[in-house]
Design a protein around this ligand. Structure first.
Ligand code: PGA
Length: 253
C-alpha cells in the first residue's frame, strides 16, 4: 500500500494576468524546493493562458488546469482539450469545481466524461464535490456527496483509481470565510473514503488523496491536515499571494 503524500493546491480561478502569474511562479521556486524537501506536493491551477508559462518558470511545481473538455478535438467553441494540455506538459486538472457546476451547468455526469478521458490519458483529475448551504442545513450532505462521487468517478478502473484526487468543498464555505469545522470536514472526508472503498476496494481507497477546500487560510490549514482522512487542501483566495501561499505550506510541514 502506498502512503498518501500531502498535497497543497492553489486554485487561482479567474485571477492573475500572465505577467502576474509569471511573477508568482518565479517566487514559488523556493517554495517548491521546501515542499519537496519535506515530502509535500505543491501545485497551482492558473487560467489556461498562464499554464505553460508557470510550468516553464517553475518546473517543480504541479501545474493544473481548472477545467478541460472530454473530446480530443472538434466543434466546441471556447473549449480546451486534453491533447492541447498534454502538449504543453500539463497532466493535472481540477474537475467539477462548484463554480463550474453553478455557472457553467456542469453536472457529475459531464464531469464523469472528463474524468474518464483524463484517466485514459494518464492524467490526474482533482474531482470536486460538496453540498450547498440548503443541503447542509437539510442534513443531506452525505447523500449529495455520495451521489457526486459515485456518478463522477463511475467506470474508473480499479487499477487506475489511486491517481485520482478528491476535493471536498462545502459550497457554503467557499470564498465566504465561513469554513467548515475540522469535525465536519473530517467526518465527510472519512465518509468519502468509505464510498471510494465501496467503488474501488479499501486498499485503493486508502491510496486516494482527499483534500478539504473552502476558506482554508494559514491559520486553519494545520487543523484540517491533522484529520486522518484529509491529505491536503484546495485553496482559493489564500493561494493568490505568495506570502500567504508560503505560510500555508509552512504550516503543514
Ligand atoms: P476559497 O476557495 O479558499 O477562496 O474559499 C476554495 C476553492 O474554491 O477551491
Amino acid at each position: 500500500m502506498k502512503t498518501r503524500t500531502k498535497l497543497l493546491l492553489g486554485n487561482w480561478k479567474m485571477n492573475k494576468t500572465l505577467r502576474e502569474a509569471k511573477a508568482f511562479a518565479r517566487e514559488s521556486v523556493e517554495l517548491s524546493a521546501l515542499a519537496m524537501a519535506n515530502n509535500v506536493e505543491l501545485g497551482v491551477a492558473p487560467t489556461f493562458l498562464c499554464l505553460e508559462a508557470v510550468r516553464k518558470t517553475n518546473p517543480d511545481i504541479i501545474v493544473a488546469a481548472q477545467n478541460l473538455h472530454y473530446e480530443p478535438k472538434g466543434a466546441y467553441t471556447g473549449e480546451i482539450s486534453i491533447p492541447m494540455l498534454k502538449e504543453i506538459g500539463i497532466s493535472w486538472s481540477i474537475i467539477g469545481h462548484s463554480e463550474r457546476r453553478q455557472y457553467n451547468g456542469e453536472s457529475s455526469l459531464s464531469c464523469n466524461r472528463k474524468v474518464l478521458a483524463m484517466i485514459e490519458n494518464d492524467m490526474t483529475p482533482v474531482y470536486c464535490c460538496g453540498e450547498t448551504l440548503e443541503e447542509y442545513e437539510s442534513g443531506i450532505t452525505k447523500a449529495i456527496v455520495r451521489n457526486q462521487i459515485r456518478t463522477g468517478l463511475s467506470g474508473v478502473a480499479k487499477d487506475k483509481a489511486s491517481r485520482i484526487v478528491v476535493a471536498y468543498e462545502p459550497i457554503w464555505s467557499i470564498g465566504t470565510g465561513v469554513n467548515a469545522s475540522k469535525e465536519i470536514a473530517e467526518e465527510v472526508c472519512g465518509f468519502i473514503r468509505e464510498v471510494l472503498g465501496e467503488m474501488f476496494g479499501t486498499t485503493v481507497a486508502s491510496e486516494i488523496r482527499i483534500l478539504y477546500g473552502g476558506s482554508v487560510k494559514p491559520d486553519n490549514i494545520k487543523s484540517y491536515l491533522s484529520a486522518k482522512d484529509i491529505d491536503g487542501a484546495l485553496v482559493g483566495g489564500a493561494s493568490l499571494d505568495i506570502q500567504s501561499f508560503k505560510a500555508l505550506l509552512e504550516n503543514i510541514l
